[in-house]
Design a protein around this ligand. Structure first.
Ligand SMILES: Cc1cc2nc3c(=O)[nH]c(=O)nc-3n(C[C@H](O)[C@H](O)[C@H](O)COP(=O)(O)O)c2cc1C
Length: 223
């Protein structure tokens, strides 16, 4: 009699415990399965982890700028595109609507060392002009090399109100120096880890610049 009463008293607890642990098991199973699916499809995992970045997979297809092409863009202070000319639209593969108000990293190629963009931003934010070689990526994953000039734009009170960039075709002669240099910088960034990447890569760039010229500007302008 006592045992029966005890059983009736405990029954709701036993049932509730059973239900919650079943749900817990189902949840754990689903989670493990999702992770396995993500590991099997590396591309999806990459897209999931970098929702703000370009999700395009790079290809080996190169599109070359014509001798008289100029790729022009303007950004706000945060690097969001406020203007892109027709040639920019053509090479990027995006439409004007897809480009405007997006971050300029919409055309970023993964072969570009982070140190170059770090130098670009610190130079223009200091009110100076940046010159450099950039490998960009189109919407379909193909790439195009440019020689970029980036400058700050000012209002009447000499406040920086945005940035402006004009790019022309990069010469093969310059790329024969730049490509192996960027490859070396990229490897150094990967080996140094996130925290020390820029420093490691910048010291390679500056060593090369000193060896071939008198500082970075003279080096890139001499190629
Ligand atoms: C005016 C201007 C032009 C730029 N042009 C390019 C460009 O052609 N390609 C590019 O990858 N980044 C360009 N950037 C730099 C991007 O804003 C960004 O720093 C870079 O793509 C790296 O992106 P991430 O820091 O998200 O990796 C430009 C920035 C400014 C202000």
């Amino acid at each position: 009699m006592l045992l029966r009463k005890l059983f009736i008293l405990l029954l709701p607890g036993i049932l509730w415990g059973g239900i919650t642990s079943s749900f817990l098991l189902l949840y754990l199973q689903a989670n493990v399965l999702t992770q396995v699916a993500d590991i099997n499809s590396g591309h999806q995992l990459l897209c999931y982890e970098m929702p703000m970045k370009n999700k395009v997979q790079p290809t080996q297809k190169e599109i070359t700028m014509r001798e008289d092409d100029f790729i022009v863009s303007k950004t706000d202070l945060k690097g969001r595109l406020t203007y892109a000319n027709k040639i920019f639209v053509e090479f990027s593969g995006f439409t004007q609507t897809e480009i405007l108000n997006k971050q300029h990293n919409i055309v970023r190629h993964p072969d570009m060392p982070r140190a170059i963009f770090h130098l670009l931003w610190s130079t223009i934010q200091a009110g100076k002009e940046f010159n450099g070689y950039v490998k960009n990526m189109s919407k379909d994953g193909s790439f195009y090399w440019v020689f970029a000039n980036v400058t700050p734009s000012y209002d009447n009170n000499k406040n920086i109100i945005g940035y402006y960039s004009v790019r022309r075709k990069a010469s093969q002669q310059a790329l024969s120096v730049i490509e192996p240099l960027y490859q070396e910088m990229l490897t150094a960034e990967a080996n140094a880890g996130t925290k020390n990447a820029i420093e490691a890569s910048t010291s390679i760039l500056m060593a090369k610049a000193e060896q071939q010229g008198d500082g970075y500007d003279q080096f890139v302008l001499s190629l």
